[in-house]
Design a protein around this ligand. Structure first.
Ligand code: FDA
Length: 307
């Protein structure tokens, strides 16, 4: 019931000012965000990569001018060089939101985003690691998959995210189940209309299972991004059925969520990757995490009421 208002608030500047300026939200934010600077995030990555893999997200989205998009490219270039220098690039890749590199700019946004994403891919290639393109709301799906196709000509290892709540996603899974393809399958975190998305949780879950079946039966590399114990178990069963070894797919979870389960999967020999966001632009990401789980919201409201 609260999911929709929270996701609307995630895009409201007024709510943003209220939440960002409350010192009481800090405790909860640090549960989901590995720090505001690269210097704070790197030790977290070093610790996590002892038993798990990592994908790093330099927080930011919906940039409104080319200078901000440039700053995002510079931040990723520096991040990738530092991962390389610290010897972490073998176990840590990066995740990029195309709206942070210009996709939403009114003039030539798509062209600018492709150019900037290409520069980040070049930096990743220099560091010896990979890039995965995050998926944002449904109005960007075609553009993001188009940019993915272009990038994969030169960088065949670029990964995509698909969201099982969208009606179109089974077809997208079929398109992206070929050799060399890396697909991160998630349920979807935005507020989408019933015309394009399943709004019922059980339907989203059923779609997730159908999509997993396609990806696991395919020739690509499935990345099962879910904390849901049923999805984790079904992924394991499908991998066995399709003769995939533990090295031929991976589980992914968000930093700060189901840590014990992350360790359990890694200790059992599974490939377990943690999505680690860092940076000062944590508001949108944080609000989507609140929307996913009422218990997070109750905790957050209690801390605001204590002002
Ligand atoms: P579900 O929401 O059913 O949660 C299952 C269980 O996980 C819950 O019962 C709870 O125990 C735990 N849990 C889930 N969310 C929690 C939270 N916020 N706090 C505490 N516990 C929680 N989405 C998107 O639209 N575009 C994207 O690019 C990505 N990228 C992405 C990368 C990775 C690695 C992950 C894991 C997820 C994403 N997502 C995403 C988010 C995704 O779409 C989805 O919103 C969340 O993962 C929650 O869905 P679950 O599959 O975990 O199931």
């Amino acid at each position: 019931m609260l999911r929709t208002p929270l996701l609307i608030a995630a895009r409201s500047p007024r709510c943003r000012a209220l939440v960002e300026h409350s010192p009481l939200t800090r405790g909860l934010v640090t549960r989901f965000v590995a720090g505001e600077t690269l210097e704070e995030a790197l030790p977290v990555v070093a610790e996590l990569t002892r038993d798990r893999l990592v994908t790093l997200d330099h927080l930011g989205e919906d940039v409104t001018d080319t200078a901000q998009a440039e700053a995002t490219v510079a931040a990723y270039t520096r991040l990738l060089a530092e991962l390389d220098r610290a010897g972490l690039a073998g176990r840590a890749e990066v995740s990029v939101k195309l709206s942070a590199v210009g996709q939403a700019l009114p003039a030539d946004g798509e062209k600018i985003a492709l150019h900037n994403a290409r520069r980040i891919c070049e930096a990743a290639a220099r560091a010896g690691t990979t890039v995965t393109l995050d998926m944002e709301d449904h109005t960007t799906t075609d553009s993001t998959l188009g940019i993915l196709r272009d990038l994969r000509v030169d960088f065949p290892w670029v990964g995509a995210v698909l969201q099982s709540y969208l009606h179109r996603t089974e077809a997208d899974c079929r398109d992206l189940a070929g050799p060399g393809s890396r697909v991160r399958l998630c349920k979807g975190a935005y507020d989408e209309p019933a015309s394009v998305a399943y709004r019922d949780r059980a339907e989203v879950d059923r779609s997730y299972v159908r999509c997993m079946r396609i990806l696991m039966a395919g020739e690509g590399y499935p990345m099962i991004a879910s904390h849901d114990p049923r999805m984790v178990a079904i992924a394991g069963g499908l991998a066995v059925r399709h003769g995939r070894s533990a090295a031929e797919y991976e589980h992914q979870m968000l930093f700060g969520i189901r840590e014990a389960e992350q360790r359990r999967i890694a200790a059992a020999g599974g490939r377990m990757r943690v999505y680690v966001p860092f940076g000062t632009e944590w508001y949108g990401y944080f609000m989507r995490r609140l929307a996913e789980r009422p218990a997070n919201l109750a905790f957050f409201l209690r801390s605001l009421a204590g002002r």
